[in-house]
Design a protein around this ligand. Structure first.
Ligand code: XMP
Length: 507
């Protein structure tokens, strides 16, 4: 059985990062809402309490009964987690006199404390809290200080309970991973046996058990998540899985053909549906971005539903939902699931049970699983692509001609990124067709044609993004190629906005 660390989420923005760090140690963990601690689960080896946007004194602060876990598992409280444990034991937590945000150094640590094994002197840590612990309870001992924060870390004497007011999970805490390793591996005794191979083995066994001889449908998008989910399910249940790939006509140039070919080579049982005419018709004359999205979302569900009904006795709908799609920092109401971008509404409409084999994986882990499943590299490293496709990159209404222009320009940009070894250096790239025409001159002719914007960003999760600082030579070459080869375009611009305040897509 797979051992795990439980991370109780009190709503901090860095809770997901704690999960990532623990997984990077090849130890398995699950992030659960603060009040959903699993009971009597023999695979749990330790518990981490995350930070929180609240102060322990807030009326609405998230609270738990610590006795439920304190005698059973080693505990590490981070920031609010640490303050909460101290507060519950009659320690004093007060608003910090000076703001305690950003870089600090552990000027003093208890040398032999197991939490600090292998941590260098004066190591840099990252603080981010408005409250601070000023007095710790008698049975607690201070184990680290910075110049401003005396109780930067503590341990409850003779118990396996630690609290740190800094954030070991963030990149700027230099020895943070080492501290987490000390906790997870040495203190909790987790084996470092979580790997893509072990995930595949357990998941395939679980899927066989869960699905038995049932039939399953899955919507493929060409993206890495749904593709990996399909290959994994194919391994578990073979021909009982039917994949449906809908072409809404707004895919990249030749994408439908190429991706279908890839899927067939992977041995998937896949039905390709060319529904582009339906979508073009429904989108005719529509320019408002949300309306375009809704038409495509609904059209997709209708086409998928119709195809799925042609298969007898389907019981399950599988989706490539991944961890970040499921975890949202908690709202007061404790909502944890956000609907999947592309197929929201499908499970309700189809009245099928939901199967989401990747729901506990981060994107980079999905990619590792894909590699372990021997999927082709170009499928695994594909950039994210929005569900409504080029429809949200054509500003204004959509026509077949505009799609053709955009596909050609996009193809030159993406192929250029590949040729120059830049494709894997950016998170996502594409071209936007602008609703403006401008004057140009080609040969002796005056032109009055469209402008496009190139967009390329760096990011780790699409929540924030910076514009990619692509080489000028490259941008110059792409601009030239687009204007020379794509009929209808005479001007190329480069989008240098970051997110926030802009977004990655223009619509
Ligand atoms: P934004 O534009 O909000 O995009 O910065 C963040 C990420 O989400 C993708 N995106 C979408 N994906 N359906 C999707 O499946 C959509 O409607 C949609 N809108 C944006 C976008 O490409 C980026 O990766």
């Amino acid at each position: 059985m797979q051992e795990k660390i439980i991370i109780l989420d009190f709503g901090s923005q860095t809770t997901q990062l704690i999960g990532r760090r623990v997984r990077e140690l090849s130890t398995y963990c699950e992030i659960v809402p603060y009040n959903k601690m699993p009971e009597n689960d023999p695979t749990v080896k330790g518990v981490i309490l995350s930070g929180s946007p609240f102060s322990v004194y807030d009326k609405n602060a998230f609270k738990i009964d610590l006795n439920q876990i304190s005698n059973k598992y080693p505990i590490l409280g981070i920031c609010y987690g640490a303050q909460f444990i101290a507060y519950l034991n009659n320690g004093k937590v007060e608003p910090a006199g000076s703001r305690e945000y950003g870089r600090a150094h552990l000027d003093w640590v208890e040398q032999n404390n197991p939490l600090f094994k292998g941590v260098k002197e004066h190591t840099q840590v990252w603080m981010s809290h408005g409250d601070t612990i000023t007095v710790i309870p008698q049975e607690f001992k201070k184990i680290a200080s910075t110049d401003k924060v005396e109780i930067a870390a503590y341990q409850v004497e003779n118990q396996k309970i630690w609290g740190v007011q800094f954030h070991p999970e963030v990149f700027h805490t230099e020895d943070g991973t080492q501290m987490l390793k000390n906790f997870v591996v040495d203190i909790c005794g987790c084996k470092q046996d979580w790997s893509a191979a072990s995930f595949i083995e357990t998941t395939v066994a679980e899927l066989k058990e869960q699905l038995g001889n049932d039939k399953v449908v899955l919507g493929l998008s060409g993206g890495v998540d749904s593709s990996v989910a399909a290959v994994l399910l194919n391994r578990a249940i073979g021909k009982n899985l039917t994949c449906i790939f809908v072409d809404h006509g707004m895919l990249r140039k030749n994408e439908f053909k190429n991706v279908m070919h890839d899927y067939e080579c992977l041995g998937l049982n896949v039905i390709g549906v060319d529904a582009s005419a339906k979508f073009f018709k429904e989108l005719e004359g529509v320019s408002e971005p949300e309306s375009k999205r809704k038409i495509i979302g609904k059209g997709f569900i209708d086409v998928f539903d119709e195809e799925a009904h042609k298969i007898q006795d389907v019981k399950w709908l599988a989706q490539g939902t991944i961890y970040p799609d499921c975890i949202e920092s908690l709202s007061i109401t404790g909502t944890v699931i956000k609907s999947h971008h592309n197929v929201g509404g499908l499970p309700e409409k189809m009245n099928l049970k939901l199967c989401e084999p990747l729901r506990l994986l981060f994107k980079d882990e999905v990619r590792r699983v894909g590699r372990e499943l021997k999927m082709p590299e170009h499928l695994i490293t594909r950039h994210p692509f929005p569900g409504p496709g080029l429809a949200v990159r054509i500003l204004g209404d959509i026509t077949a001609e505009k799609v053709r222009i955009l596909q050609d320009a996009d193809d030159i940009f993406i192929q250029g990124l590949r040729d120059w070894g830049l494709y894997d250096k950016v998170w996502q790239a594409g071209v936007i067709l602008l609703p403006v025409q401008s004057v140009g001159v080609m040969g002796d002719e005056r032109t009055y044609e469209r402008a496009v914007a190139l967009r390329a960003v760096t990011s780790t999760d699409a929540m924030t993004a910076d514009w990619a600082h692509l080489p000028y030579d490259f941008l110059g070459k792409v601009s030239n190629d687009i204007i020379n080869k794509v009929k209808g375009v005479n001007r190329v611009t480069y989008d240098i906005s970051s997110k926030p305040p802009s977004t990655i897509e223009w619509e």
